[in-house]
Design a protein around this ligand. Structure first.
Ligand SMILES: [Zn+2]
Length: 216
């Protein structure tokens, strides 16, 4: 897997420090599962945090920060209190951390021609909504922007915007300043995990027409 697009260092630091909300945590954990480079960065940050704590308390610092990051990707999220109903589709979909594959889901929902979403329910309340987005190969999505941040992790297939192609493992982070006009790659269905705050806003006549129907 060749990964070229990564989360910002601020997001990786937030993951290492445990300051992300449950929805953001799912998006970062999904990328980290695929990306050894970012796992190494987060591991180094945890190690540095442990060293700082050790200096403050006078205790010896422990090794194995990177191993702990990898273990977190296979364990239940710390906020999870009870095992939710298993989702067959999530269990069979590759590229998701074990704790994400155990999340409860809503049924797939049609949102536009060639486009479906499936909402995932984080184990704890989160201001960031998480869903799978499934798009048919070769289609072009309506031009749209975001009121707040949007993180996308590609699981299968690919998409492109602004001259950049995003394939399996790649992480795309847009914000309210972003205006996307996305084309789905021809190699097969594109399934991505999306973590989004705020509302999606569609542009153009058709976009404004169907905006009330979509409500992502
Ligand atoms: Zn990465």
């Amino acid at each position: 897997m060749s990964i070229t697009c990564h989360p910002t260092e601020d997001l990786l630091l937030g993951y290492a420090a445990g300051t992300l909300d449950p929805g953001e945590q799912i998006a970062l954990a999904t990328h980290l599962l695929a990306c050894s480079q970012c796992r190494g960065f987060v591991g180094a940050m945890e190690h540095a945090g442990g060293a700082l704590l050790g200096a403050l308390t006078g205790e010896a610092m422990t090794d194995g920060a990177l191993e702990r990051i990898t273990a977190r990707l296979d364990e239940a999220a710390p906020v999870q209190t009870a095992p939710p109903p298993p989702s067959k589709h999530l269990r069979e979909l590759g590229g998701l951390p074990a704790f994400v594959r155990r999340l409860h889901t809503e049924p797939w929902r049609w949102v536009a021609p060639g486009l479906k979403i499936q909402r995932l329910k984080p184990a704890a309340e989160s201001p960031t909504r998480v869903f799978l987005l499934k798009a048919k190969p070769g289609i072009r999505l309506l031009p749209h922007g975001h009121q707040e941040a949007e993180m996308t992790c590609v699981l299968t297939g690919s998409f492109s915007h602004d001259g950049q192609r995003y394939g399996p493992g790649d992480f795309d982070c847009g914000d309210h300043a972003s205006d996307h006009e996305i084309t789905i790659g021809n190699e097969g269905p594109c399934i991505s995990l999306v973590a989004m705050r705020g509302r999606l806003t569609l542009h153009g006549f058709v976009g404004r027409l169907i905006q009330p129907l979509i409500a992502i």
